[in-house]
Every structure is written in structure tokens, then in C-alpha cells.
Design a protein. Structure first.
Length: 148
């Protein structure tokens, strides 16, 4: 369950704001894990719920100052100077975890998409014309497979 934390109560560059950032990065990691589990379990509703929660966490991160650079390293700016070393290390570790999860998630989604395209091509002869794949390899409909 998502914990509600208000970014308005944290002073810019404060430890409280850094804690909120850390919490949100950890929450995003959790939602990526849940999305991967939903894909494996073939649970569309759980996957959609996870996507919604990922969007919420990303929106919250956009509203906060960036504590990590795109490579996952600590973004040392003057406004972050008051954040203690332990919290800095925890944020960096959470960023590294998120980055690793994101790579696994991307690979899983890529593999799933490739599998869907392959199945659509293989089953194309058994599907009605409306279910075939376009020249770009994309399914013609919102569903990608047919009943065999």
C-alpha cells in the first residue's frame, strides 16, 4: 500500500525532502517489481495497477529536486549539501537498485513484445484477416493473438 507523504512539508534541500525522494525511489522500485510479477503471472489488472502507481511515483519524483543524476550517481549541488552521508548512501543505493530493475523490466517488456510479434506471425494463418500483423510487425487490433 502506498504511503502518502507530502512534498509541501519538506523544505527544499532538507533531510526531510531527501527522505521523501528516497521513499519515492524505493516505491517506484517496488512497483517495477510488481509489474514484472504481474507479467509473469499474466495478471492484466495487477499490471495496469502497477503502471498507474509507477506514473504516480514518477510524477512525485518530478516535483522533487533531483538527488541523482541520470547515471544514478549523487547529484552534488549546493542545495543538497545539508543531507547527511548515510542518507546520501541510501539514496544512491536505491537509485542503483532502481536502475538495475529498470533494465530487467525493459528486457522483459522487450522480450514480451518480441514474443507477441512472433506469435502473431506464426498464428497469422489461423487468425481472421482483422487479427493479422501490419507490415511494421504490429498487431492490427488491441488484442495480439487469436484463439487456436
Amino acid at each position: 500500500m502506498q504511503t502518502e507523504l507530502s512534498s509541501t512539508s519538506a523544505a527544499p534541500g532538507s533531510s526531510a525532502e531527501a527522505e521523501l525522494y528516497l521513499h519515492t525511489v524505493e516505491e517506484l522500485s517496488l512497483h517495477l517489481e510488481q509489474a514484472m510479477k504481474a507479467i509473469v503471472a499474466r495478471s492484466l489488472s495487477a499490471f495496469q495497477d502497477s503502471l498507474c502507481r509507477q506514473r504516480e511515483a514518477c510524477s512525485q519524483l518530478l516535483a522533487l529536486p533531483r538527488y541523482l543524476d541520470p547515471e544514478g550517481e549523487w547529484a552534488s549541488t549546493r542545495s543538497h549539501a545539508g543531507v547527511d552521508v548515510d542518507l546520501t548512501m541510501r539514496i544512491t543505493a536505491a537509485g542503483n537498485t532502481l536502475q538495475a530493475l529498470n533494465q530487467r523490466y525493459s528486457a522483459l517488456l522487450g522480450h514480451t513484445g518480441d514474443t507477441m510479434k512472433l506469435l502473431a506471425r506464426l498464428l497469422g494463418g489461423y487468425c481472421p484477416p482483422a487479427m493479422t500483423v501490419t507490415a511494421a510487425g504490429q498487431p492490427n487490433r488491441s488484442t495480439w493473438s487469436c484463439e487456436v
